[in-house]
Design a protein around this ligand. Sequence first.
Ligand SMILES: Nc1ncnc2c1ncn2[C@@H]1O[C@H](COP(=O)(O)OP(=O)(O)O)[C@@H](O)[C@H]1O
Ligand SMILES: [Mg+2]
Length: 337
Amino acid sequence: MSKANTKPTRHGATRLTLYNHKGGVGKTTLLVNIASALASLGYKVLLVDADPQCNLTSYLVNAEVVDKWLDNSDSEHGQTIWTALKPFVESYGELNFTQPPEMHNGVLLLPGDIRLSDFEQELNQIWLDCLQRKVRGFKGASAISEIVNVICEENEIDFVFYDVGPNIGPLNRVILLDCDYFIIPAACDLFSARALKTLGKSLFNWIKEWQVIAQLAPDNSLLLPGRPKYLGYILQRFRMYGGVIASQFASYASMIEKTTFSDITEVLRRIDKELATGTLSQTRLGQVKDFASLVPLSQEQGVAFFDVDGGDTTMKNDSRKEFKSIATKIALLTSDI
Ligand SMILES: Nc1ncnc2c1ncn2[C@@H]1O[C@H](COP(=O)(O)OP(=O)(O)O)[C@@H](O)[C@H]1O
Ligand SMILES: [Mg+2]
């Protein structure tokens, strides 16, 4: 069979994202810590900075290097996610596959880029192209997925984590549709509980629409799987909105748990039971407390809380224990065995 007629295969690495359209719920911070915890369990992890604000890249890499990457990302030899997408966005050319730099043992980063927003602008048209069965629509929708595919193959990746911006825009739509699983980080407050309804509705609509689009796809196109399964939620205990006091924590925690069940699990099960198989206790992936003084150290050094030089030993041990537990659950729940 000629290559052109072969349907491209998807690499077997598990793709996940921490998703909540609400900002400041700790997505990027969790990602850095979970990735390092998985790497310390022996897994190879690819982090994809798919937020045009590039917070993940700035977290892990020092400012001069980030500036250099952003300055060079238009050139053929650039290194960011935009470098890879640019030929497609500008002239429907072939994607430019770049080798992502290794951050520390077992964690690779595909750097973010503010110009990812140029690609995001194209994505509305790309979606319409899909509905009109145009090949370039399917190519565009799966462009990031394909870049990730190639990187996974070349680097024998086990887990891919997409870091996304806080919105329900078209970029996050294609990313969620590429994910095998998503995790919800939720702060313990009333706004977070309310936001889950919008989150569930958006995911429902995206998956349903993609089911229609997938029927229209030409046979040999690399198709987004369009079946992000709900793995569970992580409670963020740190104060973000002027103070959740300790005694309120427990009641918010149980409210969030109930709401994730009604607004996410039950909503996804209406499409397909397989999209949300976890029991309530299985979806309880972890609780991450306020790690206060470890946070700036972690950001300055570009490493997980538990890997910082200096810092409070008890806090470091607590964070190691919590993230190891989250990573172990993720590995277990996503394994096919
Ligand atoms: N466990 C934590 N303890 C204390 N502060 C945290 C913790 N996790 C995140 N933060 C802080 O909360 C803010 C938002 O976190 P971030 O990871 O950037 O969220 P998001 O990616 O959802 O916007 C940042 O200032 C970060 O330093
Ligand atoms: Mg972020």
